[in-house]
Design a protein around this ligand. Structure first.
Ligand code: PMV
Length: 331
């Protein structure tokens, strides 16, 4: 018996960053990370395993997947087929309500929704930790999008065979916000996997980053538990800049910032100087994510919309866990 499953997941933004893998093949992160799931953006994915297909069929935002995308999606489907004892190919249809592949964490929500929909369509009744581990093997940040609110993902160890993210209890009610400042709709030039491998191989600061990251993670974790936005924001900015400094020191250098990124960061610092707590974080792309209290977010977003070159600002609150529905039973 087969079924069609329909899953929704939100992207997440790391406030204590993951950058670097213990080993590229196992996709285990070299450092622990902490994120907030974003309610205002989402990916929806439908998966059905069906007879009559000779290959997996994957449609992303209404177009056929590229070869690279196909390979990553089929790797997840192959793991699911192995666990479920299925031989049939699958069709997958996925859509984001936000730009894909430009540093807005579309791989996090995309692989979280895929892992959840594929396991459920294959008849596997896995708990969220197991689905998180499956998503993590495709994209480590996706492990965190299985859960809502604030979420942690531990560092891996070389011999680990399982690593899942964990939700921080009760954090979805904290009135904070992340304003996602879109500075371009262009896809990023160097993806995170490629960027991490290059940084680890060539940056003289990689070892220092791996040594430093756990302390920044712990500061962020304690700040979330204490509901201390200033302590969380300070740790988050340090984590983002340490990650980028490490990547910028690679050979050749990896620079994800654009002039608009820097202008937004400067504006965030100006807001802070004038008494509005706001903190910047950047991932493998030129977008800026600004942490603030929920009460200040609308005013911060309207100030940042005025920065020359900013395309759009999306204000997000802590989002819910990924969810799934079985939409049709077949034979
Ligand atoms: O999980 P990936 O391969 O998309 O890497 C995510 C890397 C960062 O977004 C830069 C940081 C993070 O922890 O999400």
């Amino acid at each position: 018996m087969t079924a069609v499953a329909y899953a929704t997941a939100h992207p997440n933004i790391a406030l204590a960053k993951y950058w670097g893998k213990v080993d590229a093949a196992t996709n285990l992160p070299a450092v622990p990370s902490l994120s907030m799931t974003l309610d205002a953006m989402s990916t929806t994915t439908t998966v059905g395993f069906g007879p009559g297909l000779d290959t997996d069929r994957v449609v992303i935002n209404g177009r056929s997947a590229t070869e690279t995308e196909m390979r990553r999606v089929s790797a997840v489907l192959d793991r699911v087929r192995l666990e479920a004892g299925l031989r049939t190919r699958a069709w997958v249809e996925t859509a984001n309500d936000f730009p894909t592949g430009s540093g807005l964490a579309s791989s996090a929500s995309g692989f979280a929704a895929l892992a959840l929909a594929a396991t459920r369509a294959a008849g596997l009744e896995w708990d969220p930790a197991r689905v998180s581990d499956l998503a993590r093997q495709a994209s480590a940040s996706a492990a965190r999008s299985i859960f809502g609110g604030f979420v942690t993902l531990p560092a891996g160890t070389p011999d680990a065979t399982f690593l899942a993210a964990e939700p921080m209890a009760g954090t979805s009610e904290w009135p904070v916000a992340i304003s996602v400042v879109i500075t371009t709709y262009q896809p990023k030039l160097v993806g995170s996997t490629e960027g991490m491998i290059h940084t680890r191989a060539t940056s003289p600061y990689y070892a220092a980053w791996v040594e430093r990251a756990p302390a920044l993670f712990e500061r962020a974790r304690l700040a979330v538990l204490a509901r201390d936005i200033d302590a969380l924001g300070a740790a988050a900015e340090e984590s983002a800049f340490a990650m980028h400094a490490c990547a910028m020191a690679a050979s050749p250098p990896l620079v994800y910032f654009s002039p608009v990124t820097l202008a937004v960061i400067e504006k965030v610092r100006g807001l802070r100087r004038s008494g509005t707590p706001a903190y910047a974080s950047m991932d493998a792309g030129p977008q800026v994510k600004v942490l603030s209290s929920a009460a200040d977010a609308a005013q911060i977003a309207s100030v940042l919309r005025e920065v020359s070159g900013v395309e759009k600002v999306i204000v997000a609150r802590p989002g819910s866990p990924a969810s799934v529905k079985l939409v049709r039973q077949g034979t």
